[in-house]
Design a protein around this ligand. Structure first.
Ligand code: NAD
Length: 237
């Protein structure tokens, strides 16, 4: 496919460098500083790992091209997420806050496990990322929260501090930032004298790049709509 990469950071650079080996041609790599460059360029797919502030103009471009839009940018507001879903009415859109196949399976596992444990176990989510990450909690932690508590039955308590009193009907969310950690997510089920801890560790960003190419292959020929990793691993029960 002819692919346009949005974002010239760590992810954009890796994607651009690995496109040829996946059989794709890079039309351009753009960000907010050279977005005019896309004006007359045609492409089959846009892969966006950049910043939420780029979303509106990227959606405009995708709609104009009627191409595939693979978006991995995290920290989108609800409004921006709605804009993305609006684009999905006319173009095939794939969104995931985490393109790792392992995280997709963890999400499915958590969906399945929580109803079995939630009566007797307290649930906490812990995530760790490198010291350059700008948003917290991570998009993946939010995704795991939705899998744990899709109907928002629990209060979400961020980084407890001070005299907070006894634990209530809540899920605690904790963000650790430091060093070069590529991404670690744990869901803790803490019961009476027993605990289950599920942890996914990313060793490098390459897992997200691999997942993005896998998702692009999945999206080839798809009708307009909003697709996620759960659609891609749909066969897993
Ligand atoms: P990076 O900091 O290396 O690159 C960020 C890019 O966004 C750069 O091109 C920069 O110019 C641009 N940018 C920064 N501030 C901007 C602003 N205010 N307006 C417009 N553009 C701006 O980051 P990265 O590691 O390449 O990650 C990029 C995005 O992808 C982040 O949102 C990150 O959380 C997300 N990410 C998602 C996954 C996933 O699997 N979904 C994996 C890794 C990273």
């Amino acid at each position: 496919m002819r692919v346009m990469i949005v974002g010239k950071g760590k992810m954009g650079t890796r994607l651009a460098a690995s496109a040829a080996e996946k059989g794709h041609a890079i039309v351009a790599t753009v960000d907010r500083f050279n977005r005019e460059a896309i004006g007359s360029l045609a492409c089959d797919a846009v892969i966006d790992f950049s910043h939420p502030d780029n979303l509106a103009w990227v959606c405009d471009y995708v709609e104009q091209q009627c191409c595939i839009y693979l978006c991995g940018t995290t920290g989108l507001t609800q409004e921006q997420m709605e804009r993305l879903k609006e684009t999905a009415h006319t173009c095939p859109v794939f969104y995931s806050a985490n393109f790792s196949y392992g995280v997709a399976v963890l999400t499915k596992l958590v969906e399945w496990l929580t109803p079995l444990l939630e009566t007797d176990f307290d649930i906490e989510v812990v995530e760790a990322h490198h010291n350059q990450k700008q948003d917290a909690p991570s998009g993946t932690a939010k995704m795991l929260l939705e899998a744990i508590d899709p109907t928002h039955q629990y209060a979400r308590v961020h980084q407890r501090d001070g005299f907070v009193g006894k634990r209530g009907r809540e899920i605690g969310i904790h963000s650790i930032r430091g060093g070069t950690v590529a991404g670690e997510h744990s869901v803790l089920y803490l019961g009476d004298e027993e605990a289950i801890r599920l942890t996914h560790t990313a060793s490098s960003r390459q897992i997200f790049v691999n997942g993005a190419w896998k998702a692009l292959a999945f999206m080839e020929g798809k009708k307009p709509g909003f697709y996620t990793m759960q659609d891609m691993i749909g066969g897993i029960r």
